[in-house]
Design a binder for this molecule. Structure first.
Ligand code: PLP
Length: 406
């Protein structure tokens, strides 16, 4: 008799609901012939947002040359392109050696936590968060401690909450700016407050800036690492969103600021980069090409741009639903609306999402999937074209109308 083969204890508390059990249900329904409108994942290319032509051409042209392993940190030319990018973002003192290329930012996020954490170490992670951060801390043996982002303040981090949650075990603060799932964009003053906490308590700042060019209404983005040189910053970015290239799995990580005291940690990062040999080489060619020249994301987010129009449409339609309020995103691809608990007394928001899927064939993600503290929010992407977006918002409105009558 075989004993059941179980997953490791390391995975016991690891959770990643964006691709969780509800998605499985949606797949089953598709197999049965239903058309599901997917508002669950920020996967631009499948909604007709094509990657810039020059990236595709350059990857094709270089495919032969990309058949071998590269340096573990990545090829020189794309790292040099990232170095120029850090200069544009006013992050000082970055050399080629401080840049690591990865198979998307995701791989580097896990690497960054794995190289750092011992059992019992704590990392401050936002609530709501992009849940890979919480999962990566847990998988690496650490304890995620969530600081609240304040909806009343446009989802800015609550600095006092952050301060209260720092203990002698805290090693790092995660800052997701622009934010997924809320679409918040942090002003310089907030970033300076976070730096001050990191400085006082000798914490590393992990800055996830993957949406730094997906900005609406003429907003500009400040890299937190550009604001100090006496704190260690690990900045993450990549092609997935700004260049509509999620599938190319091309990301980078930049180590900057107070590196002198971090030699051992940096050695750990380099070792983990070596162990996975290298990031996929075609994706590295894409980085090199993407970062120079005209930045076509502007055509999507600027006046008359498709993303801008869809953000406005989705926000308007959601806000018209009784008992639903939503902070208008300044950046990124998502909205994180609130369902007034007096109108919608939801006990289990995953169940809520299942019911919406079953009744209206619309797939969203429950707020608790982003480590939000109560079952009173959900996340949608505003990527489908205007017709599908309008249709999906009408279906959500109809479902909620039924919910109010219960
Ligand atoms: N960070 C944030 C905030 C994200 O929203 C995502 C993907 O949705 C990632 C990182 C992962 O990006 P990548 O495709 O580069 O792995």
């Amino acid at each position: 008799m075989y004993r059941p083969i179980q997953k490791s204890n390391k995975l016991a508390d690891v959770c990643y609901d964006i691709r969780g059990p509800v998605l499985e249900k949606a797949r089953q329904m598709e197999d049965e012939g239903h058309r599901i409108i997917k508002l669950n994942i920020g996967n631009l290319a499948v909604f007709g947002f094509d990657p810039p032509d020059e990236i595709v051409h350059d990857m094709i042209r270089n495919l032969h040359g990309a058949a071998g392993y590269t340096d573990s940190k990545g090829m020189f030319a794309p790292r040099k392109a990232v170095m120029h990018y850090t200069q544009e973002k006013k992050i000082e003192g970055v050399t080629i050696e401080d840049i690591y290329l990865g198979n998307g930012a995701s791989e580097l996020i896990v690497m960054g936590m794995n190289a750092l954490l011992n059992s019992g170490d704590e990392v401050l992670v936002p609530a709501p968060d992009y849940p890979l951060w919480t999962a990566a801390v847990t998988l690496s043996g650490g304890n995620p401690v969530h600081y609240v982002c304040d909806e009343q303040a446009g989802w800015l981090p609550d600095i006092e909450d952050m301060r209260r949650k720092i203990t002698p075990h805290t090693r790092a603060i995660v800052v997701i700016n622009p934010n997924n799932p809320t679409g918040a964009l942090y002003p310089k003053e907030v970033l300076l407050d976070i730096i001050e906490l990191a400085r006082q308590h000798q914490l590393i700042v992990f800055a996830d800036e993957i949406y730094d060019k997906t900005l609406y209404d003429g907003e500009t983005h400040t890299s937190i690492a550009s604001l100090a040189d006496d704190v260690l910053f690990i900045t993450l970015n990549g092609l997935s969103k700004n260049y509509r290239s999620c599938g190319y799995r091309a990301g980078w990580m930049v180590v900057s600021g107070e590196k002198r005291h971090a030699k051992d940690y940096i050695e750990g990062l380099t070792m983990l980069a070596s162990m996975r040999l290298c990031a996929n080489a075609p994706g590295q060619y894409a980085i090199q090409t993407a970062l120079g020249g005209y930045q076509s994301i502007q055509d999507l987010v600027g006046p008359g741009g498709r993303l801008l129009k869809q953000r406005d449409l989705a926000h308007q339609l959601l806000s018209e639903i009784p008992g639903v309020t939503c902070v208008k995103p300044k950046a990124a691809l998502y909205m994180f609306p609130r369902l007034d608990p007096k109108v919608y007394p939801i006990a289990d928001d995953q169940q809520f999402v299942y019911e919406l899927l079953a009744e209206e064939k619309v797939l969203i993600v429950q707020g608790t999937g982003f480590n939000w503290i109560a079952p009173d929010h959900f996340r949608v992407v505003f990527l489908p074209n205007q017709d599908d977006l309008t249709d999906s918002m009408r279906r959500i409105a109809r479902f909620l109308e039924g919910y109010r009558r219960r």
